[in-house]
Design a protein around this ligand. Sequence first.
Ligand SMILES: Nc1nc2c(c(=O)[nH]1)N[C@H]1C(S)=C(S)[C@@H](COP(=O)(O)O)O[C@H]1N2
Ligand SMILES: [Mo]
Length: 233
Amino acid sequence: MGEMNRRKFVTYGAWAAIVAALGFVSGYILTRRAQEASGYSGRDRLPPDQAEVDSLQVLHFGAVPDIKLDEWAFEVYGEVEKPLKLTWNQFAELPREMNVSDFHCVTGWTKLDNRWEGVSFREIARLVKPTARAKYATIECYTHRLFANVAYTTSLPLVDLLRDAVLFAYRLDGQPLTPSHGGPLRLVVPHKYAYKSAKWVKAVKFTEKQELGFWESSGYSNTADPWTNDRYG
Ligand SMILES: Nc1nc2c(c(=O)[nH]1)N[C@H]1C(S)=C(S)[C@@H](COP(=O)(O)O)O[C@H]1N2
Ligand SMILES: [Mo]
């Protein structure tokens, strides 16, 4: 090998090592952030009595609603100074965030490392300016017309919704979110059991008192903390 070739070879080698190291470090950081986002603190990545599955299961009450993007709207109202109603194109222009988190269903399965992209709850709150009375929000969902009388809702304290990893997500693992997983838009609250992660989000109502959601009013925990096995109310 000539001197020039050797030098080139060494230079490429050094670059390859740097790229590999960056990949390794960013992989490590994403995994750590996924754990933190999901409330992980101890040694075991799985909350008590959960079993790992290798893909997100499809689970919901009723049937997948048929939502047309040009009729879709996202509304925010209640205890806010600036109520908001956005079309799909307007929503898509809001600042986009990406994060990786774990997903824990109360029926016992956990899917680790889901890469969600969308708009943070925090960004929405910034836009609507919650009043001083606002302490909670209820998430209201689109429903299939055959189940129109049982609209799915869930609610959470604003302190939970304002956490870093809480997103209104429209992409999952690099793809547009499919209807069965809540597309076009779902909420993701990784540090709670997944019934708090409402699919097919239609509206957000800021409230002074907490309203009980769909599963929460039929015996499931309102606080829904996977790390304390907090399944039933
Ligand atoms: N609108 C709506 N959202 C919902 C539900 C539902 O029945 N309706 N089920 C919840 C439950 S119990 C789970 S486990 C997750 C499942 O999300 P996935 O089907 O994308 O895995 O959605 C949550 N969000
Ligand atoms: Mo669930």
